[in-house]
Design a protein around this ligand. Structure first.
Ligand code: CTP
Length: 468
């Protein structure tokens, strides 16, 4: 395994450990990622003795590292050097949990430490000791599991998952990220223990959830979370999407699997996490707005509006940011039907301008979401919709080239309106401003200053205002 020990830190750690007369090993994710050929800039060291003492000894030997940050209660220490992170921990008998509320510092052997890690592929260690520098210590055959793409707990799953229930989410996350399979006993353990996720903070759950969403094919992770019932622990609104109802021989599509298909489609064309969230949320209000009538069959009227309102509530609960990212997701949910609506035969420039105005900077992302939303099994239908969207895209480009409304700001501001008529802030200013915006978007006037000023004067006159 010596080929993985190319970073100069390994020799420094080895020598520091000799000075302290402590054994030390590289362990966990770094070993796994090296073997998988994935880049990793986090290195975990486990030592038989004090992790904090070793970190201090290492830091003394480094010129450009940060100070040692340590948590005495947990016996962990951290050093950052350039863009590398080094974690030091003393081997322990109990589970590896940095954020556990109860301190657990009973020291143990290397094998005690490996026993209490989450998966066999994360429990491999490489020795940095003089006698066997570079040799692999792999008590659970992690290499074989890694080669076969298997996630398996080192101990009985009940034990490993009781130690830290978040590991169930980690299993799904690794399965989705690495395209691995969860071994049967481990999988059954998750099904039995899914409800224990309730003791885990939402921040930690959402952290794993976002890693699942950021993976290449997020549907893999979502299906696993759904089947094991992990998803039921924190995302009722998504669970409600699942299922098909039939009435008078008419059924609607299963919106859960449809949503996952849209999410995968988006993931294929964009790495933007928030666009992926928009895919997850785009039909979230369908269960709440579902209705049936003989004329139309199944309807979900207003689901885009109701859904856009649900975004904030869900983001708050899931501890996702309540800032411009949330507003972006909410906006895309609200607008997700608009481009398709523009595929009708007769579409006015005005409708196109209004969409460009409403979507603003996010027009391109909206089109990506809209394209991804076409999931019919009928290939001819898919092709027809895609073709129609292309036509809409072309129309959007034409209108934009001509009118530049994407970041449209009326050329006359509210302050200027007050100045022109020498009036104070009032209802009239708002009315004129809105009328001006509508006139430009509807193509009544061009978006230039001269036409805008004339329009403002005319509108003011209609409201009984005169230029002094
Ligand atoms: N670990 C664990 N149980 C957890 C979290 C971590 O047993 N709930 C152990 C695993 O051995 C893991 C190591 O701690 O490999 C480091 O954890 P972390 O840095 O969180 O994850 P990585 O496995 O390195 O993966 P990633 O960097 O992708 O999060």
């Amino acid at each position: 395994m010596i080929q993985y020990l190319t970073h100069p830190i390994f020799i420094v750690v080895k020598e520091a450990a000799i000075t302290l007369n402590q054994e030390v090993y590289v362990v966990g994710g770094f070993v796994r990622d090296c073997m998988l050929g994935r880049e990793s800039k986090d290195i975990d060291f486990v030592t038989l003795g004090s992790g904090i003492d070793l970190a201090k000894e290492v830091a003394n030997r480094l010129e450009d590292a940060t100070e040692v940050n340590y948590f005495k209660n947990f016996g962990t220490a951290h050093i950052r050097q350039q863009n590398w992170d080094f974690e030091f921990v003393g081997a322990r008998k109990e589970s590896y949990r940095e954020d556990s509320r109860k301190p657990l510092v009973e020291s143990g052997s290397l094998s005690d430490d490996q026993n209490r890690r989450d998966f066999t592929i994360n429990a491999m260690a490489i020795s940095l000791n003089e006698s066997d520098y570079g040799s692999l210590v792999d008590p659970f055959n992690g290499v074989e599991d890694l080669n076969n793409g298997i996630l398996r707990t080192p101990l009985d799953p009940d034990v490993t998952f009781s130690d830290d229930p978040l590991r169930m989410m980690r299993a799904v996350r690794f399965a989705s990220q690495l395209d691995f399979t969860i071994e049967e006993k481990t999988y059954n353990g998750i099904c039995t223990m899914a409800s224990r996720l309730s003791i885990i903070s939402q921040e930690r759950i959402t952290d794993e959830l976002n890693k699942i969403i950021a993976s290449k094919r997020p549907s893999v992770g979502f299906k696993l979370m759904f089947d094991t019932k992990l998803l039921h622990e924190f995302f009722d609104e998504m669970i409600a999407l699942q299922g098909v109802e039939m009435r008078n021989g008419l059924s609607h599509k299963d919106n859960f699997y449809h949503t996952l298909q849209v999410l995968d489609n988006v993931a294929e064309i964009s790495d933007n996490l928030w666009l992926r969230w928009a895919a997850i949320m785009h039909d979230i209000a369908k269960p709440n707005t579902k209705d049936f009538n003989d004329k139309e069959g199944w309807t979900f009227h207003g689901h885009e509006f109701v859904g856009s309102k649900m975004v904030k509530h869900i983001f708050r609960r899931l501890k996702l940011p309540l800032n411009e990212r949330m507003r972006y997701v909410s906006k895309l949910v609200l607008l997700h039907l608009r481009p398709i609506a523009l595929t009708k035969d007769i579409v006015t420039d005005s409708a196109i301008r209004r969409l460009i105005f409403d979507a603003g900077e996010d027009m391109d992302d909206l089109m990506k979401l809209c394209k991804s939303d076409i999931t019919s099994k009928n290939e001819r239908k898919v092709q027809r919709f895609k073709q129609n969207l292309k036509i809409v895209e072309q129309k959007i480009r034409d209108v934009e080239d001509r009118d530049r409304v994407r970041n449209f700001q009326p050329t006359v501001t509210g302050e200027e309106i007050m100045e022109i008529f020498k009036i104070k802030p009032s209802k009239e200013v708002g009315i004129i401003k809105n009328a001006l915006k509508d006139a430009v978007l509807d193509g009544e006037i061009k978006n230039n200053r001269e036409e805008a000023i004339n329009f403002v004067l005319k509108k003011g006159n209609e409201l009984g205002l005169t230029k002094p």
